[in-house]
Design a protein around this ligand. Structure first.
Ligand code: SF4
Length: 350
């Protein structure tokens, strides 16, 4: 089954940016890695595959990934985004987003006899499993993350009696625990590495027996994008981060850029949001994008910058990424025994 609905238009490149003279050579430092991670790619392809297999509409609980353009594009193809599964008609197909869900959501979907497709990123699922294991061993879990973020709600929902949320280094100073000898920290996958380590340092000052997670919870994609933008920011007068306001890892990239030498940094969804005044006296522009951002949006930014005289683009590469995750098992089962190559993995990288 094919769906031939028009794509949402990307707003045109801003005609407002002028080729103003600046002291020095105008150039762009383009961070790599940037943009789509393996978990986002898998989640977006999962919705596309579900639409093709089952037909529209396919329901998606929450934004499949935190990017307004991706969500608008999938909406045009027939995805319906809902906040909770009780908004989904009985028996319909529903996709759980890359950020994960708590067991309560899984159970609510089962009660409505929904056909659930779990697009939770495997690296989020890993943190869920850690939470279950430490709760079973009666640890108090200090979950470092942002209050109200879907991923935090999903992880905390695995063991609500055992999880205490720690939202910042300052919050770590005030946390009270049941038994300081039996505490472990876990974290959201998309945090600032440096700030999280500061939170852990302060927690450990208060609770010396604090256990570490078995492996990094902040995922490879978040870490790699932060390392790349640190290198770019050191030489940039201005950093442009492409990503949505509710994308935790995109917002962190702005913060990391500012903490690591960028004189200014701004987050935008689309190229036409760049403002002329940001470029006064700017010779070097750093560019990156969050893990949920399609590359076409970065290309629009580069085109706009090119029109303003920033035509010399240097790629700053700090890591290569080739990780791919297989599609959710529910889709693999229904995709005719894996005949379709994309049933086994995400989208091929450009
Ligand atoms: S940012 Fe990390 S945890 Fe989130 S979907 Fe991407 S790979 Fe998975």
């Amino acid at each position: 089954m094919t769906i031939n609905l028009p794509m949402p238009r990307i707003p045109g490149a801003s005609s407002k940016l002028k080729d103003n003279p600046v002291a020095g050579h105008k150039r762009v430092l383009l961070a790599a890695p940037r943009g789509y991670c393996a978990g986002v790619d898998r989640a977006v392809v999962a919705v596309e595959k579900a639409l093709a297999l089952y037909g529209a509409p396919v329901y998606v609980r929450k934004q499949i990934v935190h990017n307004v353009h991706v969500v608008a594009e999938l909406e045009q193809r027939g995805a319906i985004f809902v906040n909770e599964v009780d908004e989904v008609p009985h028996g319909a197909h529903v996709v759980f987003s890359a950020h994960g869900v708590s067991p309560a959501v899984v159970n609510a979907a089962a009660e409505r006899q929904l056909h659930a497709i779990d697009a939770t990123c495997p690296l989020v699922t890993k943190v869920h499993r850690e939470a279950v294991r430490f709760a079973r061993d009666d640890f108090e879990i200090l979950l470092i993350g942002h209050d109200g973020h879907e991923e935090v709600e999903g992880t905390a929902g695995e063991a609500p009696e055992h999880v205490t949320l720690v939202t910042s280094p300052e919050h770590a100073d005030a946390i009270e625990v049941r038994d300081p000898d039996k505490v472990v920290w876990l974290s959201q996958t998309t945090l600032s590495v440096d700030e999280t380590m500061e939170t852990v340092r302060r927690l450990r000052e208060r609770f010396p027996k604090l256990q570490d997670p078995p492996s990094d919870d902040i995922c490879y994609a978040t870490q790699n994008r932060q390392v790349a933008i640190k290198k770019v920011a050191a030489d940039a007068d201005l950093v442009i981060v492409v990503g949505s306001a509710n994308s935790s890892n995109s917002v962190r990239l702005v913060e990391v850029a500012l903490e690591n030498g960028a004189k200014a940094a701004h987050r935008i969804d689309y190229a036409n949001e760049m403002k002329q005044e940001w470029f006064d006296g700017v010779a070097t522009v750093g560019v990156t994008s969050g893990a949920s951002v399609p590359e076409v949006l970065v290309q629009e930014v580069l085109d706009t910058l090119g029109g303003a005289g920033y035509r010399d683009v240097e790629r700053i590469t700090t890591a290569e990424e080739d990780l791919m995750f297989s599609l959710p098992k529910e889709l693999r089962r229904d995709l005719d025994g894996g005949v379709d190559a994309r049933a086994r993995g995400g989208r091929k990288r450009a």
